[in-house]
Write a protein that binds this ligand. Structure first.
Ligand code: IPE
Ligand code: IPE
Ligand code: MG
Length: 253
C-alpha cells in the first residue's frame, strides 16, 4: 500500500492556495443528507449512505493538504429525537464505516478520535471505534475526529461538573480556573480550536457544535447538501478562508 501523496507547494498554488494560509483545524457540520435524498426521490437514509462518499473524499483531501485536524459532526445529542429506524441505520452505517475505513486510516497515517457521550451508542460502534483509536495511536498524520452523540452544552456541563468535583475535593482553587483549564476539561482537550467551520445545506446556525471551541472560527456555509460536497467545494472554502481578515478582536495592519 502506498502512503497518500501530499500536495506540493506548486500543486497548491495551481489551486489558488498557499500552505501558510491553510487552517490547522477544519470542522464540518455535514447537513442536508435527507434533503438531498428527497431531491433525488430516494429515502432519507440513502442520503446518509451517499454522505459517506463525501466523507471519504474530504478526509483524503484534507490529509493530502496536510491539515492537522478534521472534525466531522456525525450525530448530535439532539438527533435522538429522530425515528428509531433512521437512528439504527446511522448506527450501523457508522460501524461499517469505521471497520471499512481502518485500512485507509492506516494507509493515510491518520490518528482517529471520537468526541461525544458514549451512552446510547451501539456496542458495535464503541468496539470498532476503540480498535481504530488503538491501532492508529502511533500515526503521525492528520487527526480525524468524529463527533458522535455530541452536544456542546452537554460537553460544557460535563466539564463544569468535573471542575466542581475537583474544587469540592480541595484539589482545585476556584480562582485558579482559567480558560485553558476549562479547555482541558472538554472532550476536545489537547486539540487545537477549529479555524474554519464549514456547514453544508445552507442553514445559518451552529446546532450545538463546538460552541466554546469556535469562538474565533471563520464560518463558511454552502447551499450544497453534504452528499454532493466534493474537492472543488472544499477548495472554494479554503480560498475564501485565506482571504478572510482574522483580527481576534485586535486591529489589522
Ligand atoms: C445530516 O443530514 C446528517 C445528520 C444530522 C445525521 P440530515 O439528516 O440532517 O439532513 P436534512 O438536514 O434533514 O436534509
Ligand atoms: C446538525 O444537523 C447535526 C449534524 C450534522 C450531525 P441537524 O440537521 O441536526 O441540525 P438542525 O436540526 O437543522 O439544527
Ligand atoms: Mg439536518
Amino acid at each position: 500500500m502506498t502512503a497518500t501523496l501530499r500536495y506540493s507547494d506548486d500543486g497548491l498554488v495551481t489551486q489558488g492556495l498557499s500552505r501558510a494560509q491553510l487552517p490547522r483545524h477544519i470542522a464540518v457540520i455535514m447537513d442536508g443528507n435527507g434533503r438531498w435524498a428527497q431531491s433525488q426521490g430516494l429515502p432519507r437514509v440513502e442520503g446518509h449512505r451517499r454522505g459517506v462518499k463525501s466523507v471519504r473524499n474530504i478526509v483524503e483531501e484534507c490529509a493530502r493538504l496536510g491539515i492537522e485536524q478534521l472534525t466531522l459532526y456525525c450525530l448530535s445529542s439532539e438527533n435522538w429525537k429522530r425515528p428509531r429506524k433512521e437512528l439504527d441505520f446511522l448506527m450501523s452505517l457508522l460501524e461499517q464505516y469505521v471497520i471499512e475505513e481502518r485500512s485507509d486510516i492506516m494507509r493515510q497515517d491518520l490518528t482517529f478520535a471520537m468526541i461525544g457521550r458514549r451512552d446510547g451508542l451501539s456496542q458495535g460502534v464503541l468496539r470498532e471505534v476503540q480498535k481504530t483509536v488503538d491501532c492508529s495511536r502511533q500515526n503521525q498524520g492528520m487527526r480525524l475526529c468524529l463527533a458522535v452523540n455530541y452536544g456542546s452544552r452537554a460537553e460544557i456541563l460535563d466539564a463544569v461538573r468535573a471542575l466542581a468535583r475537583e474544587a469540592a475535593s480541595g484539589r482545585l482553587v476556584p480562582e485558579e480556573i482559567s480558560e485553558d483549564e476549562i479547555s482541558r476539561h472538554l472532550y476536545t482537550a489537547g486539540m487545537p480550536d477549529p479555524d474554519l467551520l464549514i456547514r453544508t445545506a445552507g442553514e445559518m446556525r451552529v446546532s450545538n457544535f463546538l460552541l466554546w471551541q469556535i469562538s474565533y472560527a471563520e464560518l463558511w456555509v454552502t447551499e450544497k447538501c453534504w452528499p454532493e460536497f466534493r474537492t472543488p467545494d472544499l477548495f472554494e472554502a479554503l480560498r475564501d478562508f485565506a482571504a478572510r481578515d482574522r483580527r481576534f478582536g485586535g486591529l489589522n495592519g
